[in-house]
Write a new protein. Structure first.
Length: 574
């Protein structure tokens, strides 16, 4: 697989900097350390793991005798304030208190690009993400404020008759975000499928889809893409009672992007508008609709978009936005609750994109469907998976500051989105993919939704997820030997990031084959984490040490606030 320009459009667009951990000379606890959990000595066999709550204590004692451990402090909450929480971690007894110098950068920073700039094209895609975020935020605010209210019918409405191909229907299409403004357009029904009604604006530019291309485009959405999302997340509402989902292609969508910014920020490719489902305002189309740009090879409306470009970029956007729409309609329209929190909603939508890749991965097992037999992913899956890989690599460079449980759609950046994909993907691997549907078809939100769908506490889940990010594919260890809770099923993280590294060099952003670095645990280390994050340390005991006690707290001997849900997840390395 060769990294293309399209692969780079979704890399992290923030400015990152190198930093190093601050260390003290040793652990001198002003108070006797109180044990975390039961206080019993933790005895693990190789490749076994445990998570111990440290909400009321700071000390965890491990069996020594030459054992090596991955030690992952984490803050398993989605309700705290999104700000850094200082902590100390170190050896309280059983080992030397001398500090081991840390040669690697800390996990919350990655190397900056040369001269503080980013490679050309790296920020493309930001306009789609920002616009998508604005639409979702507007929908959530409309519901939360009570401004959007849909009266429930007293009896089921009669099923509407599907219009004839070639008929014209009027739609209100969002033509301005700030201020919010809609434009009335006429659109011709060009394709009728089992699931999809495909309309194209009567004012679409010339030299766009041919009739045969438009039919193939409609069939892809109807027979392949729509079923992928429906099977994974369930059906959307059907407030217009037409038994179909509408895809509307309009140059109004093209015009949302100034031509001057296409090369630097990308373009708005597609979206859904919450007021179509939850509002009775005159601008509401009262139905389930995905809005997409149209081909415009000559750039008569905004920047040029060839038919091939629309065919390549729109399917992943459709899968992403359809999940948002299903999620919103199930939470708000069907169950009359609040819309899902932005971080979990986005994680599910990124999994929706990945499901498009999985469809083609299953259809073209290696080495088929690949220009280069060494490619992990077939050519047909590239538009669905490339951005996911780059976003998640960015996240794994800074797992202690890119929270996966506190971000909203309004927050910029790519890293937290990559983290939420990893979390939702891991949940699907451990609990089965039916959990995706359970999360969407719910009135609960956030960590409470995950706990209910999984049937266990979020704290325990988050601890094992934190370990799995590192233990998924340990070098030299058969993956089947790793406990199911501590690995991914569908993905081999070290393999995909190694391939990403190999095919992207030289790169100042993809800096090493595997993004996570472990910090040697010795003496006392002062650091900080954001709630909903974790850090990675390695502890190596000697044969002469019967036990080693770790102290993890606000300061040595002083526990972190109970609201932080502080815990230590520990995995015994081979």
């Amino acid at each position: 697989m060769r990294v293309r320009r399209a692969e780079l459009i979704r890399l992290l667009a923030g400015v990152l900097a190198l930093s190093a951990c601050n260390s003290d000379k040793g652990v001198t606890s002003p108070n006797p350390a109180k044990a975390c959990g039961s206080g019993a000595t933790v005895q693990l066999s190789a490749l076994q793991a445990t998570t111990i709550a440290c909400t009321a204590g700071t000390a965890v004692t491990l069996q020594g005798g030459g054992a090596s451990y991955l030690v992952v402090p984490n803050l398993a909450t989605g309700t705290a304030v999104n700000r850094l929480v200082p902590y100390t971690i170190g050896i309280a007894s059983g080992a030397s208190a001398n500090v081991v110098p840390i040669q690697a950068p800390t996990l919350d920073r990655s190397p900056t690009a040369a001269a503080g700039t980013l490679p050309p094209g790296i920020a493309r895609g930001s306009r789609q993400r920002a616009f998508d975020a604005a639409m979702l935020e507007m929908a959530r605010e409309g519901v939360a404020s009570g401004a959007w209210r849909r009266p429930m019918p007293s009896a089921p409405a009669l099923r509407a008759t599907v219009p004839n191909v070639g008929s014209i229907q009027q739609f209100h299409v969002l033509s301005s975000e700030k201020p919010t403004r809609f434009t009335r357009v006429g659109a011709r029904l060009s394709y009728v499928g089992s699931n999809i009604l495909l309309y194209i604006d009567t004012l679409a530019p010339a030299n766009g889809f041919s009739d045969s291309q438009l039919q193939a485009f409609g069939q892809l959405f109807d027979q392949t893409l729509y079923p992928i999302d429906i099977n994974a997340f369930g059906t959307p509402s059907d407030i217009d009672q037409n038994g179909h989902f509408i895809v509307l292609l309009s140059p109004i969508v093209n015009a949302l992007t100034p031509a001057s910014s296409c090369d630097t920020q990308g373009f708005v490719g597609g979206f859904f508008v919450g007021n179509d489902l939850a509002s009775t305002d005159t601008s509401s189309n009262q139905g389930e609709i995905f809005y997409s740009l149209v081909p415009d090879p000559s750039g008569t409306v905004s920047c040029p978009h060839s038919v091939a470009e629309v065919e390549f970029s729109t399917p992943a956007t459709f899968l992403h936005e359809l999940q948002h729409l299903i999620n919103f309609s199930q939470h708000v329209v069907v169950r009359h609750g609040q819309s899902e929190l932005g971080w979990l909603d986005e994680g599910l939508s990124i999994v929706a994109e990945e499901l498009g890749s999985i469809y083609y991965e299953d259809k073209f097992p290696p080495p088929t469907g690949r220009k280069d037999p060494a490619q992990i992913f077939p050519d047909s899956s590239q538009g669905y998976i490339n951005g996911v890989l780059l976003d998640s690599y960015s996240y794994l460079l800074k797992t202690d500051t890119a929270t996966v449980t506190l971000h909203s759609d309004a927050d910029g950046g790519l890293a937290w989105r990559g983290g939420d994909w990893l979390l939702v993907r891991w949940l699907g691997d451990v609990k089965g993919t039916a959990i995706f549907k359970s999360l969407v078809q719910s009135s609960l939100t956030g960590t409470a939704n995950i706990a209910a769908a999984a049937g266990e506490s979020f704290d325990g889940l988050f601890g094992d997820f934190s370990l799995a990010l590192y233990t998924d594919s340990l070098p030299g260890i058969p993956k089947s030997s790793i406990p199911v809770r501590n690995r991914f099923v569908r993905r081999n993280l070290r393999r995909i990031y190694q391939r990403l590294y190999d095919t992207s060099q030289p790169s100042s952003l993809i800096t090493r084959p595997f993004p996570i670095l472990t910090v040697p645990l010795a003496g006392s280390i002062s650091n900080s984490m954001v709630p909903g994050t974790m850090s990675f340390y390695r502890l190596d005991t000697t044969a002469g040490q019967s036990t080693v006690t770790i102290d993890f707290g606000a300061t040595p001997g002083v526990p972190l606030s109970e609201a932080a849900h502080a815990q230590l997840s520990i995995f015994r390395l081979p």
